[in-house]
Design a protein around this ligand. Structure first.
Ligand SMILES: [Zn+2]
Length: 394
């Protein structure tokens, strides 16, 4: 036995460095009159897919799952045609870089360079040329792929939620941690990142719900991955959800603003701030480089069927209960229940609310939001509201 352990230990110790996860070590932009050159430095020869998207114009570079080893201050932004750059996990096995570009562009020459005397890393060099709007539409349909292809995108990258077993009579609560992967969501004054913060709240809420024994719980995501808004809604429906709770954290230009708030779906926004917030939250798919295939991103609700009206009423009931419960344990925004056209709340069958747990733009609230004690407190308030809701609608 001892010998076996020693043998195994040696195997692990001798594992070559190449077993480490491949990484992106630098990103550079060269701005020239006729084109912008974008260079990624990588720890291994690049395997890639490159394509463009419109509304707004973006260049998407997919790579195998990689670590991003570039400090935030070294990420090139606002150079050449590149306005902004995001990186994150698109799905297990595939990382994504999204470049927001100022003009329509064509992906010109793409080169891969091996380490040489000057640079010790592999490089992926992409030339972007500004083209007219019409040239973008006629010439930009092709995807540029490396000789070794990336594994195909899995349609069911996020396992579909299991349906409800007929023997289980407990209500199903669907918890949706907002954003993820290449879409970080909002950033707080001291660096809290919405996608990570809300995943912690989602996990704490799940923990407490399961501990109660009264509910079935389904999470739309339980890792740092991209999940299109429609897929979140679909997961809630497939799971036979009785309640869908989307968790977010907000920021605002005036730092003094703080407090939790709850949102439901409505055709017309309750106020300008709710409308602005919905527009921001609905941009998640755009930020993630999700190809909407010409599907309208417009979430105006001109036609809402009867099922949706009934569901909207239930959502409002739950939102009212939730505001009461949250108000007993944390500070609320003035007029804490608001409404607008949030795409993630559009299920016609699952009553849905979106909770902004607070403002990360307020220094003391950001600090509070990051504390474990506050997560516990917010989660127990949400559970009180869930209990009350099912008492009257169970
Ligand atoms: Zn959000």
């Amino acid at each position: 036995m001892t010998r076996l352990v020693v043998f195994l230990f040696c195997l692990v110790a001798a594992a070559p460095a190449s077993w480490a996860k491949p990484s992106v070590t630098a990103a550079r932009v060269g701005s020239h009159p006729a084109m912008t050159r974008f260079v990624l430095e990588l720890s291994q020869a690049p395997v890639f897919e490159i394509f463009t998207l419109q509304d707004p114009y973006r260049v998407v570079i997919d790579l195998p799952e990689m670590d991003w080893r570039i400090p935030p201050e070294e990420v090139p932004r606002g150079q050449g045609v590149i306005e902004d750059l995001r990186f994150g996990l698109f799905q297990p096995g595939r990382s994504r870089v999204v470049l927001d570009v100022k003009t329509p562009v064509k992906v010109g020459k793409v080169q891969t360079l091996r380490p040489d005397g000057k640079v010790a890393t592999h490089r992926l060099v992409i030339d972007l040329q500004t083209v007219s709007r019409s040239a973008f539409h006629t010439k930009n349909n092709r995807k540029i792929v490396s000789r070794t292809p990336l594994p195909a995108i899995q349609a069911a990258a996020v396992p579909t939620a299991p349906g409800k077993p007929p023997s289980d009579r407990r209500p199903t609560v669907v918890i949706d941690a907002g954003h993820g992967g290449v879409d970080p969501g909002a950033r707080g004054v001291s660096g809290a990142v919405e996608k990570n913060l809300v995943l912690q709240y989602a996990r704490e809420l799940r923990r407490q719900l399961l501990a109660s024994g009264r509910y079935r719980v389904v999470m739309t995501r339980d890792s740092d991955v991209v999940l299109p808004l429609r897929r979140r809604v679909a997961r809630g429906e497939q799971a036979g959800g009785d309640l869908f709770i989307s968790l977010h954290a907000n920021i605002f230009k005036s730092r003094g603003v703080r407090g939790a708030s709850v949102y439901t779906l409505s055709e017309k926004a309750s106020d300008a701030e709710a409308e602005e917030l919905a527009a921001k939250e609905n941009k998640a798919d755009v930020l993630s480089g999700v190809n909407l295939d010409g599907q309208s991103q417009d979430v105006s609700m001109i036609l809402i069927d009867l099922a949706q009206r009934e569901t909207m009423n239930l959502s409002k009931d739950f939102a009212n209960t939730l505001v009461d419960a949250l108000g007993k344990s944390t500070r609320l925004l003035p007029k804490p229940h608001r409404s607008a056209g949030f795409a993630v709340l559009k299920s016609p069958t699952v009553p849905s609310v979106l909770v902004e747990v607070g403002y990360m733009s307020n220094r003391s609230e950001e600090k509070l939001l990051r504390s474990r004690a506050h997560r516990k407190k917010i989660s127990s308030a949400i559970i009180k509201a869930i209990d009350n809701y099912f008492k009257s609608h169970g």
